[in-house]
Design a protein around this ligand. Sequence first.
Ligand code: ACM
Length: 632
Amino acid sequence: MQKLVILFVLVFGSSMLPAQNNNIIPQPASFTYTRSLPFKLNVGTTIGGNNAEAQKVARMLADQISRPTGFRFTIRKTGAIQLTINAVADPIIGDEGYTLNVTTSAIKINANKAAGLFYGAQTLLQLLPPEIESKEATSAKWSIPACAVTDFPRFGWRGLMLDVSRHFFPKEDVKRYIDRMARYKYNVFHWHLTDDEGWRIEIKSLPKLTEVGACRVPRYGKWGVHDAPKEGEAATDCGYYTQEDIKEIVAYAAERHIQVLPEIDVPGHNSAAVASYPELCCTQDPSIKVSPGCKIAEWYGNGQFKMLVDNTLDPSSEQVYSFLDKVFTEVAALFPFGYIHSGGDECYHGYWENDPDCKALMAKEGLKTSHELQSYFTKRVEKIIQSKGKKMIGWDEILEGGLAPDAAVMSWRGLEGGIEAAKLGHYVVMSPNDYVYIDLLQGEPLVEPDQTSYKSVRLQKAYSFEPVPEGIDPKYILGGQANLWTEKVPTIRQAEYMTYPRAWAIADLYWSPKEARNWDAFTRRMENHMERSDVAGINYARSAFDPIVTGSMVDGKLYANIATEVNGLDIYYTLDESIPDKYSPKYTGPVAIPEGKAVTLKVATFHNGKSSGKMVPISRDEIVKRVKKVNP
Ligand code: ACM
């Protein structure tokens, strides 16, 4: 018997997990538990790096593990935990990959570049118990299972976008967001810096952009239905990043091997710029204000809309191009990344169509449609961006009317824009809203903070996204992103709630081999990361554990059907107004809903005997409404 136990430990390591089960997100390309007892981290453990770059990563790792363990580390050339930049490049792992070998006596991380060592260190942290995320000294069994990992990313562009215009996130929040991205091997932080609701980047040669454009009148409550600014009302809700702030954040991200992609969204979405410099739009209307989240557009469905204020830069005005030259000169100097994002989405053409100068320009340039006019504008923007030594990327609307010669496309309205651009031989970053828009609802609307979202992207849907469409040369797909618009995200805690766990699922999509995808295995890993996030004080949503209630009619009788995204949950319900617990009726099949306006079905899920999601109370009327609907 003792022999059997020893064999079990030898085969599976102390973690007692079978070989294929690990908790790492994103899932490594190859991971094997090996036949050795775990490595025990202790006060005497030494950490080494074979050169200055390796020692820098070693120091970051040491900083992270010294806080919870209370152990102090001095970084040397060699150590029991050894980080090595390979003298001869390992062709399998590329620039961002690494190998990690843990035995009882030593941990070796090898990589061709510092980025690979950094990612190896992230994996190592995830092999330690969740307490490693503690910011204070704590006690835990600091052991790391013996294993051999060879890992490298599927895509070179793994991004998260944060909109800081609709809600401003202070510098420390942005760093916190970047910190978490790094843990999951994201490498592009797309910073949506300008929009109708605030211009957030200091441009020294255009001071009004932040004096005026970074401030709006204060409003509270539901977004989109706020009162418009009143005559003479002070714009006191302000926030922007100074150029010093930006340098600090760019450096902070670079230490974590994250590039920062700045977005200056033009020509639409520009109320803040136009409020600062009214001469930039066709109407030159001096009454335009930075929007406080009031209604500025009418939406007709299918992407059709009308802007109620002229928030659009005037493509016929040379002043606009000299304005953009100034903006991009300063932006290019602040951000080392090779790309600048110039937006291009949701640009309303109505004011252009009525403007004599725009009409004259169209006649002069032989532009037949307003899309061609936008394309004319975008091509000029590309030239400006290129003149600063950068490449341009824009939202997929930049395809309309003709794509600028070297532009890369960020496909958001689906995959089609990306497919079209790739077929034209342009680079593409995939971020289709149906799969990776993490501002969208992720669970039952009745119990989510935002009940009015126009769409839902549940976790399982996000996890099902395949970034390389059939028939496309994969070399044009640089990778993908998840995008967080923040109209309804006022705080960093709420940003985290919307980001995780979807960004964990999406980390797998962009890093891990396609074949490694497995929903049940992912949800098990996710639970471990929920535990880690609890220790770290990072918020996340448990919506994937919530019940999904739909209705059906059989022989004129109403039934509720209850499902969950995560498999293996127990579902309990009540129809008597009491709160369901694990002693309530257990769901085994459609529940007959009695007649009566007052009837409410209350549903809760349990996992291993513990409450695992939010309780959903749903009225009979609501179940009736859902009879034809698939998942809400
Ligand atoms: C976008 O979501 N308007 C790019």
